[in-house]
Design a protein around this ligand. Structure first.
Ligand code: IMP
Length: 430
């Protein structure tokens, strides 16, 4: 019955990113003749019922501008109350988007989504959900880059489509004239596992069977898949990269260095492999870093990074080197330092360097290595309280204080690990 497209075909969909410049995220989404401006703005406070709970919120407002329809739509403000339909739709959009966000990662911030329909030809609520999702992605990217939020709160993709039964035919993505004469009218929202977030279905004229419902769900899923394909084409998604470590400090340090790349660093615990032991049995940092990365890479379909570091002392022929963590045969930092100081007692040549090797295994299993070295010397006694490992007995070249006497920021500017990470960051951005 359709002449211009197949029954299972969605209308041409266009997503124009950064449509206006003030909001953190802004898009114009076009689905055939339906056009909606969607914006996402971040406010540094939460509604009163969430104050002090350490979580954020996402809220939405939807409206149809007077010129969106053939006969002028009176503005809510002129009626003195919000239109019931708008209220129902804005709640749907808010619920749908909250299903793709970890509110605890938003800290105490509110994301405001605004959807303004400038041209209505059916499917305005589903177009709004898709446009709002895109605006949300843009806003979150900007907030991470500007360090307004630390971690990406978006947990999955969300997509929506309208569909229905018109004169016995199951049609995807109804335009207004189809919607007007539909026996069954449905709106479907799904995540990227094609789990149902919301299904709204009414059969005012002719009821449908359960078999019809299942068929419509399949048809809707195929439409939402096309929406996700378009997202992949146009949206600057951040990609997850797994750090093969459960050390939260390392995760934070690396995350901070990589904020201006499109990578979100997650720990191996966050992808379900916390506590997984790797035997660091090799004699080089390269091999040990590689085995740590490969062990996780075999389990996850994501790029992985791992690092291995050690302290190399000239007089000791490079010891403790790859064995730095267990130099004293225990994993005890204080015992390791004591052993090193004992082995250097009365020795003049105290030159040493820290070295980090970082390995990055990309989506295609290609391995890339980055190295960072920080030269210095071993002091004769412990100095300072900060840091870990050998920090209190290592004085970097050109400084008169140990790593343990420096703040994290000072150390991170010159450390072996940050030098390796900086090379990695450059590799990604160039
Ligand atoms: P990892 O490969 O980063 O776990 O480092 C292995 C061992 O090297 C650690 O257990 C520490 O003993 C030592 N080490 C590595 N980096 C540092 C550092 O920045 N300061 C002090 N000790 C370090």
């Amino acid at each position: 019955m359709r002449t211009k497209r197949q029954n299972n075909q969605i209308r041409e969909m266009k997503i124009n990113l950064d449509y206006t410049s003030n909001p953190e995220g802004s898009v114009l989404i076009e689905c055939g003749n339906t056009k909606v401006i969607c914006t996402a703005m971040i406010e540094d406070k939460v509604p009163f019922f969430l104050k002090g709970k350490g979580m954020g919120w996402l809220s939405c407002e939807y409206s149809m501008l007077p010129g969106a329809t053939k006969s002028r739509k009176v503005r809510d403000i002129s009626k003195g109350r919000i239109d019931g339909r708008s209220q129902e739709i804005q709640r749907l959009i808010g619920r749908s988007l909250r299903a793709c966000i970890d509110l605890f990662k938003l800290e105490e911030k509110t994301i405001w989504i605004d959807c303004d329909v400038i041209s209505a030809d059916g499917g305005t609520r589903t177009a709004s959900i898709n446009g709002a999702y895109c605006a949300l992605v843009l806003a979150v990217n900007k907030a991470i880059k500007e360090r307004i939020i630390e971690e990406n709160p978006i947990t999955c993709k969300i997509g929506a489509i309208s569909l229905g039964i018109v004169k016995g035919n199951k049609l995807l993505d109804l335009d207004y004239s189809e919607d007007f004469s539909a026996d069954v009218d449905m709106n479907l929202v799904m995540n990227d596992k094609f789990e149902i977030i919301e299904v709204q279905s009414t059969s005012e004229k002719k009821p449908m069977t359960k078999a019809d419902l299942y068929e419509l769900l399949d048809l809707g899923e195929s439409g939402i898949k096309s929406v996700f394909d378009l997202y992949e084409e146009v949206l600057p998604f951040r990609k997850k990269i797994v750090l093969s470590s459960d050390n939260n400090n390392k995760v934070k340090e690396i995350r901070a260095i990589l904020t201006d790349t499109k990578l979100d660093v997650v720990s191996k615990r966050q992808v379900g492999f916390g506590g997984m032991e790797v035997d660091e049995k090799f004699d080089t940092l390269e091999e040990n870093a590689r085995i740590k990365a490969l062990t996780i890479k075999k389990e996850v379909d994501m790029p992985v990074i791992a690092d291995d570091s050690g302290l190399f002392v000239d007089f000791l022929g490079g010891d403790p080197g790859v064995h730095s963590a267990r130099y004293s045969l225990s994993h005890d930092d204080a015992a390791n330092r004591r052993k090193l100081l004992d082995n250097l007692e009365d020795i003049q040549d105290r030159r040493a360097y820290f070295k980090t090797v970082l390995v990055y295994i990309d989506e295609n299993y290609q391995e890339h290595y980055f190295e960072g070295i920080c030269e210095g010397e071993i002091t004769t006694e412990e100095r300072g309280e900060n840091g870990f490992g050998y920090d209190s007995i290592f004085m970097p070249k050109g400084y008169n204080k140990t790593f343990a006497e420096m703040t994290d920021e000072e150390k991170n500017r010159i450390s072996h690990r940050s030098k390796a990470l900086e090379k990695f960051r450059k590799f990604l951005t160039e």
